[in-house]
Structure formats: structure tokens, C-alpha cells
Design a protein around this ligand. Structure first.
Ligand SMILES: Cc1cc2nc3c(=O)[nH]c(=O)nc-3n(C[C@H](O)[C@H](O)[C@H](O)COP(=O)(O)OP(=O)(O)OC[C@H]3O[C@@H](n4cnc5c(N)ncnc54)[C@H](O)[C@@H]3O)c2cc1C
Length: 582
């Protein structure tokens, strides 16, 4: 039931959704489509949270989009895959709910809203195993023309990380990087570069950044566009402060904004979607390992409010299984203006032939070509914080590293800024990164032996599908992830794990209802997105495995609040208890 009401006048609604990221925006949108009277309350002046700065990849098995892309995916395969990856770490019931409703959720969004994705024909799962997919499972948001939004709403979309935009505000897709770096290499490159840069220049005559929105930014803009079309009222600068409980049921919440506090009653419930633990100091101190507490990749305004307000009324909080967070290894440096530039090493460098990583002793400690999460888990397990990514001059020219572009265009400035360490010999490099020179020399020797044979006996670099996918098949090496380290100068870059998402979170059931300490649902309280503990229990099965559940549980929460998801009666309590503690 579309509403034209002024959000400032709202006192009572059916559903109050707190937090406008992927989870909350989806919940609000679907609830409105179901005819509920909804309001979306957002703490900041912009929508999007971490979602808007993300890759936007959304892992949902068995969708109609996989069929359209000619790479049909099957839920049974994904189920087998998850059984092998997550195994007995718990959460099976929520995963099953995710698997069985993912297709319907994506299909409905596709059919009824402007939240549109395409399945990638090649975007492999992060681990090998029965049922692992090479393509079809990871969905990418279709690029969005920001000019479709009003000027005011365009400004309301949180921009991507500054480091990820070219020319001060231009978004660039992975497949477009080559054309922009070598525009004169072919006619196709030139055409593509002119279209991207030319369009951006025109945009800048009217907008503060480019309007060609990609990845997570496209997803958020699509959600906002759809919310506006569905006339969902959005309250900006309205942060959730406290839940209102009457007779054991959550009946509303207190929001805080520039004009002070206001209370909104919610007949069917309150949805927590405030972006997870992120910068919540107390939870970080309690759960996060040493060396990982100082920096989160989400906006600083994501302070774990959903967890705090829910725990204040007795909600159960899960530690996240194998890990309280999901990680990316990040390099960083202070810009001259004092701000911190942080670069998550997601796919561009770690798997390429000729790079390796060392701990403080100068020894390798992990398969560097594994997913960012598994690389960082290797750092945490071995105490390699920071670790150094190491390469020679030829690698740096060919692939770049972190914020250093291929062709090593900005290398001088980055050496000067202390972002990368340069040395003419390996001995000098060892002294600069303070590790044993003999150990570093031995590491290079054994790495080069592996490159010559194509087999990394120590860590299996290049042995998995995703390793090879992110390697360089055109390098001419026997193994696309292994290449010899040759003549200097040599380079080292420090990386530390930073959380891209939480795994720890509120305990929930398969409808996204938040559970209390006895594993009973708290009436009227839901959670989705990172506020809900990860259904993958600290593992990272594939690309998009935080946004996939965020969207699907956003959808499930809305359907449940609207009475459209049947709750099977009887014997639930024991199952829920078992599920939550498994
Ligand atoms: C560089 C990077 C790349 C990534 N790429 C991917 C990817 O490709 N695929 C993937 O699955 N995951 C990816 N992630 C992780 C993913 O972005 C997050 O897991 C996801 O966006 C979380 O969505 P959310 O809705 O829970 O939170 P958010 O998107 O952070 O939204 C939370 C919202 O709640 C608001 N809020 C906070 N407190 C309050 C309050 N008290 N009251 C009201 N509102 C509040 C915030 O301002 C924010 O707008 C990436 C992360 C990073 C950093």
C-alpha cells in the first residue's frame, strides 16, 4: 500500500526498519510490496552503508538468472557444497531457509522492482568441493544510471571508497580497467575508454561524481529507486537508540535525530539492519583477535547499534563460529591531509604469478591466492600481522600491487609516501621489513623452485579453481599463480586484516526473528544483514556470501511480518534450541 505520508508525521506503522543497507532496504521494499505500512529509518544522511562501497556480488544459488545466463545452477549442488564447507559448525536450519527461498526472493525483486541482477557466467566459488559452482551462482547488480534518481536522491547514495574511484569520482568495473590503462592498445579499448571517461566528464558538469553506478553502488541506487517508486517513507538522520517493549513484545523504537528523540510504534515489529558489529568497540575488544581491532572497512557510523539495543532487552549474541568477522587483507597509508587511504587486496594482485607473502620471520605462511578471507585467516592463525606482500620489479610493472597501478605509474609517489618499500637487493629488503635475510632468501629460492615445477608443495598455490581464476593464464607459466622472482629492485607492502563484514551477530531463527538467551523468538523483533549472525559460521564459501543472505533474509523477514511465510507448528522450540547451539 504505497504511502504518500510525510515521514516526519509518522507515529505508528506496521513495520519499522532500522538501517538502509542491503538488508534493511530489501526488508522495507518487500514489506511495502506486501501491503504493510512501513518506514525505513536511517542513522545518517545517506543510504547504502557498507553495501554502497562493496562489490555488490550477491551469492544466491539456483536462481532463474543462472538459467538466463546459460549456466543453470541447482540448489541441491549448493546444499552439498555448503555441507562440505560449513559442515557441522551449526546454523543448518537458517542455511536451508536461505537455499529454499533464494530463488523466489530474487525472482520477485526482478519482476516487481528495479533491483536487477545478472548471473556471472564465470565467478567461481571460493573453495573447491562437491557442488562448487564456476558460474551462475554469483549475481552482479546491473549498472544503474544515477540520473534516474532525483538530484537530491543521487546525493543520498553513499559513494564508493575514494580509493576505488578514478579521476576523483568515476566508477570503473573490473573488466574496464584494462581499457583505461591501455586505451591505445586497440580500437575497442579506445572506444571503451572514451565512452567511460567522456560520460564522466559530462556528468561532472552537473554532479559531484559520475552517475554511471556499478557494483554495490548500483545495488543501493536500485534499491533506493525502487523504494521511492513504491513510496516507502525514509527517515534520514534517525538513528535507532532504544527498543520499546511492552508485555514482552517489541512494539516500537526510539530514534534519535538532529531534532531530538522520537518514538515510533510498530504493530508488526522492528527490523534491525544496522550493519553488524563493524566499529562497535566493546564487541571488537571482546571477540576480535589481536591485530584486527583497529580498523573496519564499513562506514564509521556503523557502530553495532542493532546488537547493543537488542542485547539490552535480552537478545542472544553469537560469536560467529570460526571467526567473528570476515576479512580482507588491507594495505594503507596516510595521505598528506592526514586521512587514511586503505586498499583491500581483493583479487587484483595476490594470485598473480611472482608474488608471495611473508611473516615477520621472512617465511611464507599461507596460500596467497586463496580468497581474501582465507588469506587473512592465515594471517590470524599464524600471527602474521602485518604480513608483507613481496614481488620484483617485473611483477610490479606488469600487475601493480594494491594502489600501485600496472605499469607502475604512481610507484615513485607511493614509495615516498611509505606505502610500498623498495630495495635493490633482497638483503636490503629483509632489513627494511625487519626479517631474517637468510630466511627471505630461502623463501625466494623455494618459491622459484615451485614456479619452475608449477607445483607449490608447501601451500598449494594455484591448486584450486578460484586460485587459477584470479591468476594469469596468459603469463606463460606452468601454473597461472606461480612465476619466478627475478632481478630487483624488490618491493614489499604491509597488509593487515580488516573486517569487510561481521560473522558474529544476533541469534536468529529461519524467519529472521531475534532469539533470546533461551533461544525463543523475541516477539516483534527481527534482524537481517550483518545484524543477524552469519549463516556460514565464519567460513566464506563464495563471492557475495554476505549480500546474498542479507537480501534473502530481508525478503524473509518482510514476508514473515506480513504473515506470508508459514511457521510450522509444534516441536519448533527444541529444534530452534538445537539449531542455535549446533
Ligand atoms: C570493499 C568491500 C567489498 C565488499 N564486497 C562484497 C561483495 O561483493 N559481496 C558481498 O556479499 N559482500 C561484500 N562486502 C560486504 C558487504 O558490503 C556487507 O556485508 C553488507 O553490505 C552489509 O549489509 P547490511 O545491510 O548489513 O549493512 P550496511 O550496508 O552497512 O547498512 C547498514 C545501514 O544501517 C545504518 N545504521 C547504522 N546504525 C544505525 C542506527 N542506529 N539506526 C538506523 N540506521 C543505522 C547505517 O548508516 C547503514 O546505512 C564488501 C565489503 C567491503 C568493505
Amino acid at each position: 500500500m504505497p504511502s504518500d505520508r510525510n515521514p516526519d508525521d509518522l507515529e505508528e506503522v506496521d513495520l519499522l526498519v532500522c538501517g538502509a543497507g542491503a538488508g534493511g532496504m530489501t526488508a522495507a521494499l518487500v514489506a511495502q510490496l506486501e501491503g504493510l505500512d512501513v518506514v525505513l529509518a536511517e542513522k545518517t544522511a545517506q543510504v547504502g552503508g557498507t553495501t554502497s562501497t562493496s562489490g555488490g556480488t550477491t551469492w544466491v544459488p539456483g536462481t532463474h538468472l543462472s538459467e538466463l545466463a546459460g549456466v543453470p545452477d541447482r540448489v541441491e549442488d549448493a546444499r552439498a557444497f555448503l555441507e562440505s564447507v560449513v559442515a557441522n559448525r551449526g546454523g543448518a536450519r537458517l542455511r536451508e531457509a536461505f537455499l529454499t527461498s533464494g530463488r523466489a526472493a530474487i525472482e520477485e525483486l526482478d519482476r516487481k522492482t528495479d533491483v536487477k541482477f545478472a548471473a556471472a557466467a564465470a565467478h567461481p566459488d571460493y573453495l573447491d568441493g562437491p557442488g562448487a559452482a564456476y558460474g551462475g551462482r554469483a549475481l552482479g547488480p546491473i549498472n544503474f544510471d544515477g540520473r534516474l534518481l532525483s538530484r537530491e536522491d543521487f546525493e543520498r547514495v553513499r559513494p564508493p571508497r575514494g580509493e576505488f574511484m578514478g579521476l576523483g569520482g568515476m566508477m570503473v568495473g573490473r573488466a574496464e580497467v584494462g581499457a583505461l590503462l591501455a586505451p591505445f592498445a586497440s580500437i575497442a579499448n579506445l572506444r571503451s575508454a572514451i565512452a567511460i571517461v567522456g560520460g564522466y566528464m559530462l556528468d561532472r558538469l552537473r554532479y559531484r561524481r559520475g552517475t554511471r553506478l556499478l557494483m554495490g553502488n548500483a545495488l543501493v541506487a536500485r534499491l533506493l529507486y525502487s523504494l521511492r517508486k513504491a513510496k516507502v517513507p525514509i527517515l534520514f538522520e534517525s538513528g535507532l537508540k532504544e527498543l520499546v517493549v511492552e508485555n514482552g513484545r517489541v512494539v516500537g523504537a526510539v530514534l534519535e535525530g538532529p531534532a531530538g528523540l522520537r518514538r515510533i510504534r510498530a504493530r508488526k515489529g522492528v527490523v534491525l539492519a544496522t550493519g553488524g558489529v563493524c566499529w562497535n568497540k566493546a564487541i571488537r575488544e571482546r571477540l576480535f583477535p589481536q591485530g584486527t581491532r583497529d580498523y573496519a572497512l564499513g562506514p564509521v557510523t556503523n557502530t553495532g547499534d542493532g546488537a547493543d539495543v537488542a542485547m539490552a532487552i535480552g537478545a542472544r549474541f553469537e560469536d560467529g563460529g570460526d571467526s567473528p568477522a570476515l576479512w580482507m587483507p588491507c594495505s594503507s597509508y596516510r595521505r598528506p591531509d592526514g586521512t587514511l587511504a586503505v586498499w583491500p587486496h581483493i583479487i587484483l594482485d595476490r594470485a598473480k604469478p611472482g608474488l608471495f607473502a611473508v611473516d615477520v620471520r621472512g617465511r611464507r605462511f599461507v596460500n596467497e591466492a586463496n580468497s581474501y578471507h582465507d588469506f587473512a585467516m592465515g594471517q590470524i592463525a599464524t600471527g602474521a600481522i602485518p604480513a608483507h606482500l613481496v614481488c620484483d620489479a617485473a611483477f610490479m610493472r606488469r600487475y601493480g600491487m594494491g594502489m600501485i597501478l600496472p605499469g607502475a605509474r604512481n610507484l615513485r609517489a607511493m614509495v615516498k609516501a611509505g606505502y610500498v618499500i623498495e630495495a635493490s637487493t633482497l638483503t636490503e629488503l629483509a632489513s627494511k621489513i625487519q626479517c631474517d635475510p637468510a630466511a627471505l632468501a630461502a623463501t625466494v629460492e623455494s618459491y622459484n623452485r615451485a614456479a619452475a615445477s608449477g607445483v607449490d608443495d608447501e601451500f598449494g598455490r594455484g591448486s584450486s579453481v578460484v586460485n587459477r581464476f584470479n591468476g594469469d593464464a596468459a603469463s606463460g607459466s606452468k601454473n597461472p599463480c606461480l612465476g619466478p622472482v627475478g632481478a630487483g629492485p624488490y618491493y614489499a607492502m604491509a597488509v593487515r586484516p580488516a573486517d569487510l563484514a561481521s560473522s558474529a551477530g544476533l541469534s536468529g531463527d529461519e524467519f529472521g526473528r531475534v532469539l533470546d538467551e533461551d533461544c525463543e523468538p523475541i516477539s516483534g523483533l527481527y534482524a537481517c544483514g550483518n545484524d543477524l549472525a552469519s549463516i556460514f559460521r565464519g567460513t566464506y564459501p563464495g563471492p557475495g556470501t554476505t549480500l546474498g543472505p542479507a537480501l534473502v533474509f530481508g525478503w524473509r523477514v518482510a514476508k514473515h511480518a506480513a504473515g506470508k511465510l508459514a511457521e510450522s507448528a509444534g516441536a519448533m522450540t527444541d529444534e530452534r534450541k538445537q539449531h542455535a547451539t549446533l
